[in-house]
Ligand binder design. Structure first.
Ligand code: NAP
Length: 244
């Protein structure tokens, strides 16, 4: 259970982040539902959590902006007095074969620097508490590489390296940092794929199907709990066997 815990989930207005926010709240955590542009959807996430008796608040912040991420974390610490869980889930894709510099930078800035910004600005509070669980959402693309996703694969491989380094830096203070690497999960991000691409992908997945957001959220909830207090620096794939 996560009763009394304070959690920040980035990119929780939709998709995997929304499911993570709902799962943490269902286990008793108060959840800060971060979003960038989808204010109405973030409010919807909050309402769904509240309807189930949970506690949540929507908070706008573009995590790729260093100073804005600092403001978000300052607000959370001031409002709730502590932060027990940080889930770095916010992410974007800009797929193309060796894409433009603009698309390379945009994806790195959100997926990798965004996670760094949030960890950086919450680390002092977690170190002071001598507790905390950080879960970074990577991807099988970061583990295996994926054609058309040079930017995305680099950002998600970077997340894995950062996870291991942060785990080493913070372990002696009882803080864990792990990465979850989803395969193909049914969300807005994968809804754009054509039927042909979908068939090709399914052929590469031993379980022959895309995963559900709950498949990822259940693992994140475990890693964010004290039941996982001796697990750190790990990368766990939730991918139907794709990266075996
Ligand atoms: P999604 O449905 O497209 O949702 C993305 C979320 O990230 C939205 O809540 C969005 O907020 C938020 N976001 C984007 N840029 C942001 C920024 N700069 N600051 C704050 N929030 C931002 O994506 P998803 O499929 O749920 O993916 C969630 C995470 O899982 C991502 O890191 C993704 O790379 C990873 N992942 C997904 C899959 C998959 O198959 N779906 C596979 C592997 C890994 P707004 O709505 O406000 O824009």
């Amino acid at each position: 259970m996560l009763t009394g815990k304070i959690a920040v989930v980035t990119g929780a207005s939709r998709g995997i982040g929304k499911e993570i926010a709902k799962t943490l709240a269902a286990k008793g955590a108060t959840v800060v539902v971060n979003y960038n542009g989808s204010a109405a959807k973030a409010e919807e996430t909050v309402k769904e959590i509240e309807a189930l008796g949970g506690k949540a608040e929507a908070l706008q912040c573009n995590v790729s902006e260093y100073d804005k991420a600092a403001e978000m974390m300052e607000y959370v610490v001031k409002t709730y007095g502590r932060v027990d869980i940080l889930v770095n889930n916010a992410g974007i894709t800009r797929d193309n074969l060796l894409m433009s510099e603009e698309d390379f930078d945009a994806v790195l800035n959100t997926n990798l620097k965004g996670a760094f910004n949030c960890i950086k600005h919450i680390s002092r509070q977690m170190l002071k508490q001598k507790s905390g669980h950080i879960v970074n959402i990577s991807s099988v693309s970061g583990v295996m590489g994926n054609a058309g996703q040079v930017n995305y694969s680099a950002s998600k491989a970077g997340v894995i390296g950062m996870t291991k380094a942060v785990a080493r830096e913070m372990a002696s203070r009882g803080i864990t940092c792990n990465a979850v690497a989803p395969g193909f999960i049914k969300t807005d991000m994968t809804d754009v794929l054509s039927d042909t691409i979908r068939e090709n992908i399914n052929a590469q997945i031993p379980m022959r199907t895309f995963g559900e957001t709950a498949d990822v959220a259940n693992l994140v909830a475990f890693l964010a709990s004290d039941e996982a207090k001796y697990i750190t620096g790990q990368v766990i794939c939730v991918d139907g066997g794709m990266a075996i």
